[in-house]
Write a protein that binds this ligand. Structure first.
Ligand SMILES: Cc1ncc(COP(=O)(O)O)c(C=O)c1O
Length: 390
């Protein structure tokens, strides 16, 4: 299948109007999946009671079984939820109240802001301590990450919450080795893999994290509101959804499978989503996106003459590049920059503030092209020259 311009017919994105370079924030669901979702909605409304009582359970099981196959794990470990934020909230809501006062919640400075808020809210409520592990960016190495984490966790007790692919910095963390460090130190681990499914070939069973949360609606192309929680069996008993419903007391699987009436169309089209993804194939998507990422990074540093400390082996499909903009350090400078690029140049791109600096986060997706990257870079250059920054 030809990627780039040709594959665009599968998306409803207004490619005429915008250069859409931010697949990372909310994903973008292909039209064939949207059509399948609508088919499910029509099926539900044909006979709503019959659907939820007689059809839904079996359909849900099939879709979760297919997702388990895609993630290389067991159906029994896997439940669905609406998004990664909710998934991490559910786990922390269940686990933090069980901690002893000497136990600590560890996380890194690359954590997603909503998850940081969740931790802060719960540790205050339950009088538990937390500790932030600092991992410098962009001069980052696998060894450096592992050393910082090992140093922080040695002789400690508690839980590490860590991103698989971080939101502000886009770094792919060496999660297998981090899990090994946790096991060695008797620290439990929650992996926030919001960006990972689709980008990385996950082997969740082998990985063996205590909990792993992932979004299907970002890089797997599913409908919105589709994420999963993967729990190791020894933690099943602790886990309840945030919404306690009819099947309370019937165990992990049943409690999560029914959390009240909701539109099931995105969950029940996971099998179609996986088929869509597999028809293009991981290898082809991965090569296209990483080649586009490399081209964009090389061209960026060639045109914007600032020091290049980026090591591409730390990234996949997503990257946060230095943006030397010092004119505005207000809390929402990144939002103002996004608005400016959107309104003035017709580019949808994310800016982030991380450790007091501004970064431009570029997402490569199979409908993006080299021409779009070149356009972006020409406008970045334009903007920086006009503001006397380069
Ligand atoms: C690491 C991380 N966690 C959680 C989220 C939140 O995802 P969602 O909006 O689907 O809850 C994101 C979103 O980008 C993220 O990057």
């Amino acid at each position: 299948m030809e990627l780039g311009y040709k594959i665009r017919e599968n998306w409803n994105i207004d490619f005429e109007k915008i250069k859409f370079l931010n697949h990372g924030s909310f994903g973008a669901t292909p039209i064939p999946i949207l059509n399948k979702m609508h088919e499910i909605e029509l099926l539900v409304e044909k006979e709503p009671v019959h659907f939820f009582m007689d059809i839904y359970p079996e359909m849900l099981e099939k879709n979760i079984r297919d997702l388990a196959g895609f993630l290389n794990t067991e159906y029994e470990n896997l439940v669905l939820t609406d998004n990664a934020t909710t998934g991490v909230n559910i786990i922390l809501n269940n686990v933090i109240p069980t901690l002893a006062k000497n136990q600590v919640i560890f996380y890194t400075n690359h954590i997603y802001p909503a998850v940081r808020n969740t931790i802060n809210h719960l540790i205050e409520k339950h009088e538990i301590n937390s500790k932030e592990i600092i991992i410098n960016y962009p001069n980052i190495t696998k060894t450096g990450i592992l050393e910082s984490i090992e140093k922080a966790l040695s002789f400690q007790s508690g839980i590490l919450v860590i991103d698989h692919i971080s939101s502000p910095t886009s770094v792919v963390f060496p999660i297998k080795e981090i899990i090994e460090i946790c096991k060695k130190n008797n620290i439990r681990i929650i992996v926030d893999g919001a960006h990972a499914p689709g980008v990385l070939e996950l082997q969740l069973k082998k990985l063996g994290a205590d909990w792993y949360v992932g979004n299907c609606h970002k890089w797997m192309y599913s409908g919105k509101g589709t994420a999963f929680i993967h729990t190791s069996p020894e933690n099943f008993e602790k886990m309840h959804p945030n919404t306690i419903s009819n099947d309370y007391g019937y165990g992990y699987r049943k409690e999560f499978d029914w959390v009240g009436t909701r539109n099931p169309s995105s969950w029940l089209t996971l099998s179609d989503t996986i088929e869509f993804y597999n028809n293009i194939g991981f290898e082809q998507i991965n090569n296209y996106n990483n080649n586009l990422l490399k081209y964009t990074v090389d061209t960026y540093f060639k045109e914007i003459k600032i020091p290049n400390e980026i090591n591409l082996s730390n990234y996949s499909w997503l990257i946060s590049l230095p943006f030397p903009y010092f004119a505005d350090f207000s809390k929402d400078a990144n939002v103002k920059l996004r608005n400016y690029f959107y309104n003035e140049y017709g580019i949808e791109i994310m800016f982030v503030i991380f450790e007091g600096k501004i970064w431009i986060r570029f997402a490569a997706q199979i409908y993006n092209t080299i021409a779009e990257s070149e356009y972006l870079i020409s406008k970045v250059k334009d903007f920086l020259i006009r503001n006397n920054l380069i």
